[in-house]
Design a protein around this ligand. Structure first.
Ligand SMILES: [Zn+2]
Length: 302
């Protein structure tokens, strides 16, 4: 399900599974943390289209400015199929009092409504659950409710769950919590894996069957991008190439092409060629942005 209606799985084409078109991170990034320029968004998305990209997963949630109507306009104007997320982000963005007062099933009901009817008073439907976040190396009380609600919404709708697991190896307890609620790890994308500098962690995740999202490609430092090449090659060598996803997590104004940043097409124009130059089979490299994200979104394959 995209913001402009259903798209057949075989029509998804080249997919970026973790991005943001409009977002408000001003509380953390005063200067660069607001993406709200629709003209600029269209321009950036058209550059993605020109580079061969066809589908973008926007994981912006209500705590950080999700705008379903603007996403639909951006999708219509750019020709990029945009898949919208739903659910709750992470501490400290969460309204903890609301989580204290609201039962897990009631939280799940809201996600299911976003998925089956539409979000924020529109008929724009979510096509993925996420990014469901844990802010630090543990899952907080409010975050635990959010994860359980995501799991129950998944059970009711079949949609994939995508998580925010940055810096610390918190993807492991996330998978464990979701499994407690009956979620098969193969229906989970653990996010920001490249921000956790522990290759053994990446391996432990894929061994459980989930997808790992190396999604700060080009938006981090050159060192981080170099390391991401190593991380990808290590998983390929270990035989887990079918569980690798790549994205840029564009979420700041500095990340956009117009401001000198990598933009939405960096994975396609720069990173895949680097992987191939490092010895990766070109067909396998292409599968990281085609077969793998399609399977991750639909639950097919693996
Ligand atoms: Zn993100």
């Amino acid at each position: 399900m995209t913001v402009t209606g259903p798209v057949a799985a075989d029509q998804l084409g080249v997919v970026l599974p973790h991005e943001h078109v409009f977002i408000d991170l001003v509380s953390e990034y005063r200067g660069s943390g607001l993406l709200n320029d629709e003209h600029l968004a269209r321009q950036e998305l058209r550059a993605l289209r020109a580079a061969g990209g066809s589908t973008l997963v926007d994981l912006t949630l209500d705590e950080i400015g999700r705008d379903p109507a603007a996403l639909r306009r951006a999708g219509e104007a750019s020709g990029v199929s945009i898949i919208m997320g739903c659910g709750h982000y992470r501490d400290p963005y969460l309204d903890r009092g609301w989580f204290d007062r609201t039962a897990v099933d009631a939280i799940a009901d809201e996600l299911v409504r976003d998925i089956t009817e539409g979000a924020r008073g529109t008929n724009v439907r979510a096509g993925i659950i996420g990014e469901i976040g844990a802010d630090r190396g543990y899952i907080s009380a409010a975050e635990e409710r959010s994860f359980r609600a995501a799991a129950r919404a998944h059970a009711r709708t079949g949609l994939t769950i995508s998580t925010h697991a940055a810096r610390w190896p918190v993807g492991i307890p996330q998978l464990q919590l979701l499994a407690e609620e009956g979620v098969d790890p193969r229906r989970v994308i653990v996010g920001h894996t490249d921000s956790v500098p522990i290759p053994g962690y990446h391996l432990a995740l894929v061994r459980q069957g989930c997808y790992v999202s190396f999604d700060s490609i080009g938006t981090g430092s050159p060192y981080d991008t170099d390391r991401a090449v190593d991380y990808v090659l290590e998983l390929v060598r270990a035989g887990f190439g079918a569980q690798i996803l790549l994205s840029q997590d564009v979420c700041l104004r500095d990340h956009l092409k117009a401001t000198g940043g990598p933009g939405y097409a960096y994975v396609l124009t720069d990173f895949l060629p680097r992987l191939i130059a490092a010895g990766l089979d070109p067909e396998q490299a292409q599968s990281f942005v085609t077969d793998n994200p399609r399977n991750a979104l639909t639950g097919a394959g693996g």
